[in-house]
Design a protein around this ligand. Sequence first.
Ligand code: HEC
Length: 134
Amino acid sequence: MKTPLLFGFMLAVSSLGAAAENSGMPPLPPHQMRLEVPDGDRTQSPASGEQLFSNACGYCHLTFGMGTNVLMGRRMAMGLPPQTALLANRTDLTADYIAMVVRSGQGDMPRITRVDLTDSELALVAEYLTRNNP
Ligand code: HEC
């Protein structure tokens, strides 16, 4: 007797989910809208630095991400403009510093291993984040 009940319940829940998808739910916040990274050899990544940054770092470092929030508070307390809380807007980060923070972690940022982001992917991310450096 229990099985049909459970099945009916699951059906109801899954159709609720489908209804929510089509019913004008509010869009996801920016930090949950990560860019996808194309498949391929991750030691010679076909992805761009921007895609890789969005994918590997975006859930913390895009708008409303936890890292953006942490850096926003700190930078505003230092009198720096709030838009510099977004790493993509910075012009003072060096590739070496980025690599050190990524591989060692810092404060509330966990270190990111070569499994999650290969060295060549990290190089592309660093190239993207330093693209506007003077
Ligand atoms: C789980 C969340 C999270 C992820 C994922 C993450 N970060 Fe961070 N990041 C943070 C937080 C939080 C800080 C602030 C750390 C602190 O307390 O100093 C930070 C700080 C940094 C800083 C130092 C900024 C400064 O002003 O000194 C750099 C550079 C950085 N992250 C790069 C990256 C890159 C590149 C990636 C992706 C490969 C990444 N982070 C992924 C949370 C994250």
